[in-house]
Design a protein around this ligand. Structure first.
Ligand code: BGC
Ligand code: ZN
Length: 394
C-alpha cells in the first residue's frame, strides 16, 4: 500500500511516498481501517520542516498524519465496532512509566513522564497510508452523516479538551461568559470561533490574515468579528533567536486594539503560536477569566515582560491560564456532536474550510505556506465521493 513517510536523509529528514505492506490486525480487538482522508495541520508542517517529528525507535522512516477519517474494513470480534462504520482514532498512546498516574488511568493526554508516543508525530506510524490497524480502545466511531467533515474531528477534539477544562475550572464561581477573543485564524482559530458561536458568545478573532482572506470570510460567516492585526513592528519577532540576541519588549498591538474596540474577553484562546500574544492577553482578560493556550511553536524567542503587573492581574482578578495539548476519547465524542451543531447552524462552512484537497502524491511537494486554510489529503480519489452513507466497504 502507499503511505507518506518522513525518512532520515543524509543531512535532513525528507518526505516521500513509500510502498509498505498492508498492516494485519492480530488482536481480537484490533480493527483494520481503510483510510479515506487525512488532514494536515501545523504540527505536520513542523514535522515536514524537520523540526518536530520523532521516528519510532530504530526505524528509518515514519508514516505521518494524525487527523484520520476512515472506514472500518475488518473489526475483531472483541472490538465492539462494526465493518462499514466511519471512524477516527486518538493520536496519543500512553507511556509505560509506572510512575505516570495519568497514563496508568488512560489520561495520556496529560502524560506526566513525557515518554508518550503520538501516531504520526512522535515514535509511532501515523495514518497517512491506505490502511491502518488500530486497537478498538483508540478508535472512535463517527456517524455516517458526518462523512463530509469527519476529518475535522481530531482538530475539534483539541478545542473540546479546552472547553471541558474551562467548565471544570469555572465551577469555582458563578460565571456568565459573554465575550471570547481568539488570536490566530488558522484551522484551530476557525474551529474555535465556530465553537464559541455555537455557545452563543460574542466572538472576536484577531489575526494577521488579511481582511479579505478566506479565513476572515469563514470567520464572518459564523457571525464572529474578524479583526486584521496591523503590523506595528512589534509582531515581527523572528521564530528563533540566537542566545545572546537582545530580548524584545512585547508590543504586538493586541492590547491597543482590544482597548480601542472596547473588547473585554471572558475567555481568550491563543491559537496562533505567536507566543508574545499569550502574555499580552493576560491584561485583557476580564476578572475571573480564562486564557487558554493551544498554539505552539518550536521557536526560541525571548521577551521582557512586565511581571509585577501580570502578577497583579492574575492574583487580584482570579485569572486562570490553561495550557492544553492533545485530547481524550470524551473530547473526540463531544467534538463529533459539536461539528454536527456547526453544520446545522452554518451549513457548508466546515467544507469550505478545507480549502486544499490533495492526493497523496502531492504531499512531498506541498508548500504549506501556500495552503489557504486547511489541507486535506484524500485517498481513493475524494473521501467525499468514496463514501456515501450506507456504502458497503469493498
Ligand atoms: C495534535 C495533538 C498532538 C500535538 C502535539 C497536534 O497537532 O493534534 O494530538 O498532541 O500536535 O504533538
Ligand atoms: Zn505518561
Amino acid at each position: 500500500m502507499k503511505a507518506v513517510v518522513i525518512r532520515n536523509g543524509t543531512d535532513r529528514q525528507y518526505v516521500t511516498v513509500a510502498d509498505l505492506p498492508v498492516p494485519i490486525p492480530t488482536g481480537r480487538d484490533d480493527v483494520l481501517i481503510r483510510v479515506l482522508s487525512v488532514g494536515l495541520d501545523g504540527t505536520d508542517r513542523e514535522i515536514v520542516r524537520d523540526r518536530y517529528g520523532v521516528l519510532p525507535e530504530g526505524a528509518e522512516q515514519m508514516v505521518i498524519g494524525h487527523e484520520l477519517l476512515g472506514v472500518i474494513e475488518q473489526a475483531g470480534p472483541e472490538s465492539g465496532l462494526t465493518r462499514g462504520e466511519l471512524a477516527t482514532a486518538l493520536v496519543r498512546r500512553p507511556c509505560g512509566d509506572a510512575a505516570c498516574a495519568a497514563c496508568r488511568h488512560g489520561q495520556q493526554d496529560y502524560c506526566q513522564s513525557g515518554a508518550y508516543t503520538e501516531r504520526g508525530i512522535r515514535g509511532a506510524d501515523g495514518f497517512l497510508s491506505e490502511y491502518v490497524v488500530e486497537q478498538a480502545r483508540y478508535v472512535v466511531p463517527i456517524p455516517a452523516v458526518c462523512a463530509p467533515y469527519g476529518v475535522l474531528v481530531e482538530p475539534q477534539s483539541i478545542v473540546e479538551k479546552v472547553c471541558s477544562q474551562i467548565a471544570i475550572v469555572q465551577q469555582r464561581v458563578k460565571w456568565e461568559p459573554r465575550t471570547a477573543l481568539i488570536t490566530g485564524s488558522g484551522p484551530l482559530g476557525i474551529l474555535t470561533a465556530l465553537t464559541c458561536r455555537t455557545m452563543g458568545l460574542d466572538t472576536h478573532v484577531w489575526s494577521r490574515s488579511g481582511d479579505d482572506s478566506v479565513n476572515a470570510s469563514l470567520i464572518r460567516r459564523c457571525g464572529a468579528f474578524y479583526h486584521e492585526a496591523k503590523d506595528d513592528g512589534g509582531t515581527a519577532l523572528p521564530d528563533t533567536q540566537p542566545p545572546g540576541a537582545e530580548d524584545r519588549h512585547f508590543t504586538s498591538g493586541l492590547q491597543q486594539f482590544a482597548e480601542s474596540q472596547d473588547i473585554r474577553p471572558d475567555i481568550i484562546w491563543e491559537c496562533s503560536g505567536h507566543t508574545p500574544l499569550a502574555f499580552e492577553s493576560i491584561q485583557l482578560l476580564n476578572p475571573n477569566g480564562v486564557l487558554a493556550i493551544l498554539g505552539v511553536t518550536s521557536g526560541s524567542r525571548r521577551l521582557h515582560i512586565p511581571c509585577d503587573l501580570l502578577n497583579q492581574e492574575m492574583v487580584l482578578k482570579n485569572k486562570c491560564i490553561i495550557g492544553s495539548v492533545n485530547a481524550s476519547r470524551a473530547d473526540f465524542v463531544t467534538g463529533i456532536r459539536r461539528l454536527q451543531e456547526m453544520e446545522r447552524d452554518f451549513p457548508g462552512l466546515l467544507d469550505s474550510m478545507m480549502t486544499d484537497r490533495l492526493a497523496m502524491a502531492q504531499v512531498p511537494e506541498l508548500d504549506f505556506s501556500s495552503v489557504a486554510v486547511k489541507a486535506v489529503v484524500d485517498l481513493a480519489g475524494s473521501a467525499r465521493q468514496a463514501y456515501k452513507a450506507g456504502d458497503e466497504p469493498i
